[in-house]
Design a protein around this ligand. Structure first.
Ligand code: ATP
Ligand code: MG
Length: 383
């Protein structure tokens, strides 16, 4: 196997002692991180993003669970986070909706931005699929500079058993894994369950980061990849150790680099926004988040932002509160006087009507008994 050469003294991605790949090689490639829940995949994703940032490689994190925003703060919740915008979710600088995918990919390409995309509040599986499909497709078709995309929970993007609505997103993810290198788009697929990640897609990644895996099927799923890439004898030894790996421990297997290394991922320098909670824990919030210049972003995203605001429950709550406050502060309206007939007036009217009736009858009788005032031969009463 031929190790990929790196320029002497060039910056390396310091992910773990024993795994420090060349940034260009890693960023343009396709990799899979796998490990059971809590084994350290999202933490590893943050360390990778920190290293890409340090070595000046653009990146985008697609985060369906809303656990990657901690990249914006230092490890202790203070300064030291990466000044990259967070789109969507509970900590977003700018809201997103299902139709914002292509616009965000455009920002990466034209504005040279890295970003964290928090998909947690998109509202439905269909909305997540539409957003991710537009984003990845636009990036794949229009990108030319190097950019690395990290897909958290990658089995949602490319499942082994796709439902009818999954096909477009699966197709575009596979495109990037197979052909993205030509357009400068590299990708990492991070999953708890290698057994439910699409086998065709997984067979095409060039390297694995394997963390603690307990399930038999998930450990066996690695064999499909090994058959096409690596030595089955080595696979037996790796698989035998997987259930006993500590949190943050990771086997790196990149045959092209001649790397098969058991490592401990280094400590992250950014805020741990995916901690394993215990009963007494409250969700920790950092004290500060790195400043980001949102000027050009908001200018380009106005339409998408307005649409997202119209659907954003936080925005709607804010609006309801503002309207309630307006209502409370408004002066009470002048009373409208509606004239009403009292009982007494009604009785007087009734008496008056009776009197008029009576007078009318008396007049009719008087006219009938009186003679004609101008007798005439034609008058039937005078004859
Ligand atoms: N390399 C590490 N060094 C120190 N602590 C770590 C490391 N990796 C993980 N941890 C701890 O374990 C917790 C869980 O890790 P993480 O959220 O990355 O797991 P995960 O594999 O992404 O789980 P899930 O599949 O449920 O999303 C982290 O919040 C952190 O506290
Ligand atoms: Mg995770």
């Amino acid at each position: 196997m031929t190790p990929v050469p790196a320029a002497k003294g060039a910056a390396r991605l310091l992910i773990a002692p024993g795994f420090t790949p060349d940034p260009d090689y890693f960023a343009g490639g396709a990799f899979a991180f796998m490990g059971k829940r809590g084994s350290g995949k999202s933490y590893l994703g943050r360390v990778l993003a920190e290293e890409l940032w340090r070595t000046k490689v653009k990146f985008a994190v697609l985060d369906p669970m809303g656990v990657m925003w901690g990249l914006r703060s230092g490890a202790d919740g203070g300064p030291g986070g990466l000044p990259v915008p967070v789109f969507g979710g509970d900590h977003g600088d700018v809201p997103i909706d299902r139709g914002s995918g292509a616009a965000l990919a455009g920002l990466i390409i034209d504005e040279d931005l890295s970003m964290i995309i928090d998909m947690k509040r998109l509202g439905s599986r269909a909305a997540e699929r539409e957003f991710a499909c537009d984003f990845l497709d636009h990036l794949y078709r229009h990108n030319s500079d190097l950019v690395h995309v990290l897909l958290e929970e990658a089995d949602l993007f490319c499942p082994q058993k796709p439902s009818p609505g999954d096909a477009p997103l699966l197709g575009v993810t596979e495109n990037i894994v197979r052909r993205g290198r030509n357009n400068g788009v590299g990708i990492t697929l991070s999953t708890q369950r290698p057994a439910v990640l699409n086998k065709d897609v997984m067979s095409q990644v060039e390297g694995l980061g394997i963390m603690r895996l307990i399930g038999y099927q998930d450990r066996e799923a690695i064999d499909d990849w090994v058959r096409g890439h690596a030595d089955p004898e080595a696979a037996r030894a790796v698989k035998a150790s997987l259930a006993g790996l500590a949190t943050g421990e990771c086997w790196w297997w990149v045959p092209e680099l001649d790397v098969l290394e058991r490592t401990q991922i280094r400590r992250a320098r950014t805020f741990d926004s995916s901690p394993t909670r215990r009963r007494a824990d409250r969700a920790a919030e950092p004290r500060s988040m790195a400043d980001v210049d949102l000027g050009s972003i908001t200018a380009r995203m106005t339409a998408a932002i307005e649409r997202a605001k119209a659907d954003d429950p936080r925005e709607l709550k804010r609006r309801v509160k503002a309207l309630e406050a307006q209502l409370a502060a408004a002066p009470a309206p002048d009373p409208v006087m509606v004239p009403v007939l009292t009982g007494e007036a009604q009785e007087a009217l009734r008496l008056a009507a009776g009197t008029i009736d009576q007078a009318q009858s008396q007049m009719i009788d008087a006219i009938a008994s009186a003679g004609c005032w101008r007798p005439s031969p034609a008058c039937t009463r005078c004859r």
